[in-house]
Design a binder for this molecule. Structure first.
Ligand code: NAD
Length: 505
């Protein structure tokens, strides 16, 4: 495997790579060795001010929103081309930084390029208004305009793909951008800045400020010149951002946490369901928002299914994220690792049977958590209610459709759900009753970029994806035009009657 050079990471502001104003830096730590990978510029309010000012100038006075759509989209396609050309380096940096297995980060790099191509296509074909004719009197129509400076705040769990999922529609619709990537995974965000710089976008159209959420992130949210915040991350951070953005009336889109149920009925194709639930919880090291972290098994298949799960868990290949055969790598950070381990201990205290794979001794330096099943769980246990965000699945038996529906919905989250049954009527019935933004029936979690992505309840606000992103990244303006004769009420043409002296009295 080619090892690429890793440079220290700087901010990207107004078309230049810059150190922090105060020269502040922080260490970026490897999840595999827990040693420093590199140093990263630490942004504060000062860097956010510079980046927002650059983005504001580029929006108000630059060519970006005035240029022809054809020209703007040629930049977006150029970014996609460059991502494809540099996909090897991107997946290497992503695996080094996050611990995600290289076989999986390769697919994420390809998806990132697709995000840009997709939005070039969508803006061309689907960024359309509507026209309403009122008899022969009026024609009223809508147009979509860019909103202004978009603040984008992203998590560490699939950083490059998730950044591009926001940057692509924000730029393609004509906004300018300030991105604040997660502090635990700055490498591929830096690579994105290099790519966008190479693509030659006008200065200030795209900016990155690295740093911590409580400082750099909070300053971006509070900035009066930023019109919208698209956020992906934890639910409690989402609430804080909503609160902090309220003073400046920010438009917000929130993609938040989940505790998604997979429901497998006795009549399901058990082999396919097994493949899907194992992949759904253990790919991406279990650090996946739509992971099926609660598995509901109907009592007729419980024992056999659990036996197969145990066998799979024992055979999952845990290893160096750079090894193409590794299926599970180390968790992003020591702090997150400790948190996941704490939940596994809690599961035992709460009475679940804990079954884990084993970690080879040579991996002791890394943040490895073996794939873990929490068997015979109850849905009201803390480990079945809170998002663990690691390779840990709570397994809960059920008897009937009514009972499993009640348990599936008994959570504060509502991101994804998966139903496995050969009774297709039941599949649709459950899909309509389950509280979640997305449901897959007899299917693994596959994405169709035209379809809206997002969660209900505490899993999100709004939808991104397809033309749904346009509602967020554009301002819809109504234009009213009179095309016929109009009868407009005439004010101010009536002559005031002179009052007589006796009327005045
Ligand atoms: P996080 O909320 O800790 O951090 C996300 C980002 O927010 C980071 O860039 C962080 O620096 C920033 N941030 C933190 N505090 C802030 C503040 N006060 N103001 C502004 N910015 C702030 O989340 P994380 O731990 O990086 O990511 C994991 C979470 O993300 C999980 O809950 C997961 O489910 C969720 N997630 C959701 C989706 C989805 O599409 N629904 C996708 C991926 C991840």
């Amino acid at each position: 495997m080619t090892a690429y050079v890793v440079r220290d990471v700087k901010h990207y502001i107004n078309g230049e790579f810059l150190e922090a104003v105060s020269n502040g830096r922080f260490s970026n730590i490897s999840p595999f060795t827990n040693k420093e990978i590199n140093q990263v510029a630490r942004g504060t309010e000062a860097e956010i001010d510079l980046a927002v000012a650059a983005a504001r100038r580029a929006f108000d006075h630059g060519p970006w929103r005035e240029m022809s759509v054809k020209e703007r989209l040629s930049y977006i396609r150029k970014i996609a081309d460059l991502i494809e050309q540099e996909a090897g380096e991107i997946s290497y940096l992503e695996s080094l930084d996050t611990g995600l297995p290289i076989s999986q980060t390769k697919k994420q790099a390809a998806r990132a390029a697709e995000n840009f191509r997709f939005y070039a296509e969508m803006v061309n074909s689907r960024l359309v208004g509507e026209a309403y004719q009122v008899d022969e009197q009026y024609i009223n129509y809508t147009i979509h305009k860019p909103v202004g400076v978009a603040g984008l705040i992203t998590p560490w769990n699939a950083p490059f793909m998730l950044e591009t999922w926001k940057v692509a529609p924000a730029l393609a619709t004509g906004n300018t951008v300030v991105l604040k990537p997660a502090e635990w995974s700055p490498l591929t965000a830096n690579k994105l800045a290099e790519i966008i710089d190479k693509a030659g976008l006008p200065k200030g159209v795209f900016n990155i400020v690295h740093g911590f959420g409580e400082t750099a992130g909070a300053a971006l949210v509070a900035h009066p010149d930023v019109q919208l915040i698209s956020f992906t991350g934890e639910t409690k951070t989402g609430s804080e951002i909503s609160r902090n953005g309220a003073a400046t009336l920010k438009r917000v889109s929130m993609e938040l946490g989940g505790k998604s149920p997979a429901i497998v009925f006795d009549d399901a194709d058990a082999e396919k369901a097994l493949d899907a639930v194992v992949w759904g919880i253990f790919s991406f090291n279990g650090e996946r928002c739509t992971a099926n972290s609660r598995l509901f098994l109907q009592e007729g298949i419980y024992d056999e299914f659990v036996q197969s799960l145990k066998e799979r868990v024992n055979h999952i290949l845990i290893g160096d994220p750079m090894d193409p055969d590794s299926e599970v790598g180390p968790l992003i950070h020591k702090e997150h690792y400790e948190n996941v381990k704490r939940y596994i201990r809690l599961a035992e205290e709460e009475g679940a049977e804990v079954v884990s794979g084993t970690i080879p001794p040579e991996l002791s330096e890394g943040n490895f958590v073996a794939p873990t099943l929490l068997l015979n769980c109850r849905n009201d246990m803390t480990v079945a209610q809170e998002e663990i965000f690691g390779p840990v699945m709570a397994v809960i038996p059920f008897k009937s459709e009514e009972q499993v529906l009640a348990m599936a919905n008994d959570t504060k989250y509502g991101l994804a759900a998966y139903v496995w049954t050969s009774d297709i009527k039941r599949g649709h019935r459950l899909a309509q009753k389950v509280d979640s933004g997305m449901v897959w029936i007899n299917s693994q979690n596959v994405r169709d970029l035209r379809i809206p992505f997002g969660g209900s309840k505490n899993s999100g606000v709004g939808r991104e994806g397809g033309h749904y992103s346009f509602e967020f990244y554009t301002e819809t303006q109504a234009v009213h035009v009179a095309i016929g004769e109009q009868s407009i009420p005439k004010f101010g043409v009536k002559k005031k009657q002179q009052m007589t002296a006796s009327e005045i009295q």
